[in-house]
Design a binder for this molecule. Sequence first.
Ligand code: ADP
Ligand code: ZN
Ligand code: ZN
Length: 741
Amino acid sequence: MIAKVIVDVNIKKLNRPFDYVIPRHLVELVEVGARVIVPFNVRKIMGVVIDIYDGPVIDLKEIESCIDLVPTFNRELLKLGQRISTETASNLIHTYKTMIPSAMKAKYRKYVVEDKKVYLDTLTIEQQKEYAKKIRNGLEVVYEVTEKGSIKTEKYLYIKEHFEVNTLKQQQVLDFLQDGRVLKRIVLDNCSASSVNTLKKKGVIAEEEVEVYRDLDFISEDKRVELTHAQNEAVASLQEGVNLLHGVTGSGKTEVYIKWIENIDKDVILLVPEIALTYQMIKRFKGRFHDDVAILHSGLSEGEKYDEWRKVLRKEVRIVIGARSAIFAPFENLGLIIIDEEHETTYKQEDSPRYHTREVAKLRAEYHNCPVVLGSATPSLESYARAKRGVYNLIELKNRYSQELPLVHTVNMSDEPNAISSFLLEKILHRVRNKEQIILLVNRRGYSNFVMCKDCGEVIQCDDCDVSLTHHKYKNRLECHYCGGTKPVPTTCPSCGSKRMDFLGIGTESVEEELNDALPGIKIIRMDQDTTRTKNAHSKILEAFGNREADVLLGTQMIAKGLDFDNVTLVGVISCEQMLNLPDFRSSERTYQLLTQVAGRSGRAVPGEVVLQTYNEEHYAIELVQKPFEEFYNKEMEFRKLAGYVPYFFVESIMLTSEDYRLLHAEAAKLQKYIESRLSPQARVMGPVVPMISKIRNYHRVQIIVKYKKEQTLLNTYTEIEQFIHDKVDIKIDRYPNYLG
Ligand code: ADP
Ligand code: ZN
Ligand code: ZN
């Protein structure tokens, strides 16, 4: 028998299966979907078996050994990986590795329990075969993570043999254990420790260490609600295929999700943009579905991820909540996939494979024949356009559950001397006096605290990247957000020698200072990168704010979404522009989404208002905040149509990088011509252009942008160019770019 194996080598040109002979002694072990070890050149490397067939053995090497006794990939996931790899023009082995939870890559040993623990790595081939059969017939394989400290255990005591005991204290211990195992620390809290020890020595009782699932620090909250008429209608209109649930902020989308999940008894994947930022929502799911829920996300340690994943494999849960990669949860009976806040950029993976979760969800749903729900108050233009054309089923919740949408004021900042306008300051004061709470957003994307010379205008830049360095006050260093390099803050200008170096830009820290000065005694909680470094910092901050320990929650984008606090009646945005000024065709859409989302935190239980500070009062992305979504959609669609962007055209990016500037530009020009020649005249192949950031880590960058409506040969072309591009030029094909440049 011959196996087709995808090998774990990071070379684009080897993105195809290699044939290996399955030696006779491994025939019953190697299965499709299993990981194996194969010889490759002089090394031994991991590979994934994607097919097994009978054929002539001509000059083939043999598979060395089999890693999995139960295949890691079932048929669905194996095929899914192939689809993703083709669709995203990426390496298949990368895709497979992305789909495996990192716990599976962690160091672990596997064992089965019969009379005793049998470690699979101690078996002979003959024994392995025997166990493979048993495992296929239901014997359970346990993964034991061998990393030190990654497993949490607890000690239990139990009665081993019944004996007459001679003291009351010892009898007390046995009484305590008569119904079975009890946690040792509980026994010790109630009985005499010396009696416990004596009984242990006599062999009457025994101690056992049991692995426990780590507690995830999610407090659950069970809030049963009666759905409104509108919500019930939304629940009833779920259809096969893709559904877009467009509901204004506070309309009760979460309640509708919960109802859908209650209504089916199959497995459910619920995706959220980022777990730390959606902790309130998770609390509600935990409260409603308890141990039926596993939570998967990147903030977990290896061991924790492994715990959660194992719950899925063991069918102990039927609901997985997680960030992007949870779309690969190995459920076999999927009944529903929900992508909450579907417009978020985190659903797209920026590293290879550059997949979009929405597209993967569609593939899985197709296989399982189950519906997909995309939910948002501010859907992406492409999703809304599809819903309008009837490609997706549009489900709408037009009103808030309990309140009107908040009143929006815009303040022109041209004549304001400070970061906080007098108008906003007055409103803050008023709300504080009323014992109500405030959320202030300092919008920082594409903007930062940089250092500039007052005399010559020199801005301190990274030596290796074409970007200005950001000043981090808490470390008092300048940091590059692209390569991570740092520099001390200069006291004199490196260009003209002047000592007049100035710190520019508004950050959360400076706004906090300003607010403290203006309103002494005001209680502020700051939530930004600096205050959320430690584990669970997000939920602690939000918990404190929820307990009304502060008047103001002041933060960056991370406070803009999903928060549901009854007592917040004022939301202020310090400056609306930064994102609007980015040279990207989605900058209006992103600005509108962010402002609408943060505005939506105000007045959820009692009437509230919103203050937007801006220099662009008339810009539709600001003017239309909290107006019906259609109005923004129509405006933005006009622009997209004129400029030829998504959703009228697909827009894809090919980024080329190299240390060699001239080679890079020569290759890029050649590539542009080639792609153009392969596509129809309707496609536009633009560039090569130098993106806004022209250099990162000393690698020059140049970009080609492909715009098209329908191209049969596109994917083939992408595969071809990967093959012929110069070795010293790196190429990144991005079919779902979040940002251009
Ligand atoms: P969204 O996700 O659309 O912003 P949520 O699901 O968070 O909205 O709901 C907003 C608030 O209104 C939550 O506190 C929620 O519990 C409450 N709510 C929504 N629907 C109902 C209902 N039918 N009965 C009681 N409370 C509700
Ligand atoms: Zn200078
Ligand atoms: Zn840098």
